[in-house]
Design a protein around this ligand. Structure first.
Ligand SMILES: Nc1ncnc2c1ncn2[C@@H]1O[C@H](COP(=O)(O)OP(=O)(O)OP(=O)(O)O)[C@@H](O)[C@H]1O
Ligand SMILES: [Mg+2]
Length: 239
């Protein structure tokens, strides 16, 4: 039996304004798998992902790498689970690209050369090395997206959680990014509307609707189920 790295039981979450975003999520993620989370706008994908490294905490039993999400365990969970936000603006806050990508490794107490190595490698992976000294705020949206991905890769996490990673990437960089995801051997959880990306990178899919998982299964089985995808707004209804 494959090792379970994330275990969620009956997760409910409402935002402070009362909006109910998750209504009883049960989900297991297995070590080394790549799980796609799909669902229409507002179905709860981002909210679910924000629970995977303790940014949000709902009422439920969430275990990450065998640990409860408690204040004590948070530093370790945050180091092991790299989360790429849907909006790169939420990930970039330092004066230079170097500082942003090096922020995690620096905070882990790595020596200067090690931090530089980690930054160079991560930026190389997303084809952004020439932007090292630039200000993240003055990059294009797609460039920001790629730097945001590098900020997480530089930490060499055990679990990579990506929210709409391919949005705003041009075809060349989207292709390269899919290649990168296919190469990375860690556990991946990818929330997206990009069904091609899911098909090429994920072995399993969970389909969300109104804060509930309405289907979970092998990628091929879910993506071949046209009626299911139509019903939940993932593809246009055929005439
Ligand atoms: N900060 C917030 N405060 C109040 N409600 C929120 C907040 N963020 C999200 N919501 C609501 O929670 C629900 C789930 O939103 P969420 O962002 O998780 O959906 P999503 O599946 O990621 O959508 P999208 O495909 O548009 O990214 C929606 O009804 C949304 O309006
Ligand atoms: Mg979202």
């Amino acid at each position: 039996m494959d090792k379970i790295v994330i275990e969620i039981k009956n997760l409910h979450y409402s935002y402070p304004d009362g909006t109910k975003a998750l209504s009883g999520i049960d989900l297991e993620v297995f070590e080394g798998e790549s799980l796609g989370i799909i669902g229409s706008n507002g179905s709860g994908k981002s909210t679910l992902l924000l629970h995977l490294n303790g940014i949000l905490r709902g009422t439920s039993d969430v275990k990450i790498l065998g640990r409860d999400v408690t204040d004590k365990n948070l530093p370790l969970i945050r180091r092991s689970v790299g989360l790429i936000f849907q909006d790169p603006e939420n990930q970039l806050f330092m004066p230079t690209v170097f500082d942003d990508v090096g922020f995690g490794p620096m905070n882990m107490g790595l020596k200067k050369e090690k931090v530089e190595d980690a930054v160079n490698r991560a930026l190389e992976e997303v084809d952004m090395l020439p932007f090292l000294k630039r200000s993240p705020h003055h990059l294009s949206v797609g460039e920001k997206k790629r730097v945001a991905i590098a900020t997480v890769l530089s930490m060499e996490p055990e679990i990579l959680v990506l929210d709409e990673p391919s949005s705003n990437l041009d075809p060349k960089h989207r292709r390269e990014f899919i290649g990168l995801l296919q190469k990375l051997q860690l556990t991946k959880i990818i929330a997206t509307h990009d069904l091609d990306l899911v098909m090429e990178t994920c072995s399993r899919i969970a389909l969300l609707d109104e804060g509930r998982i309405v289907a979970v299964g092998k990628t091929a089985d879910i993506l071949q189920n046209r009626l299911l995808l139509e019903d939940y707004g993932m593809i246009a209804r055929s005439p």
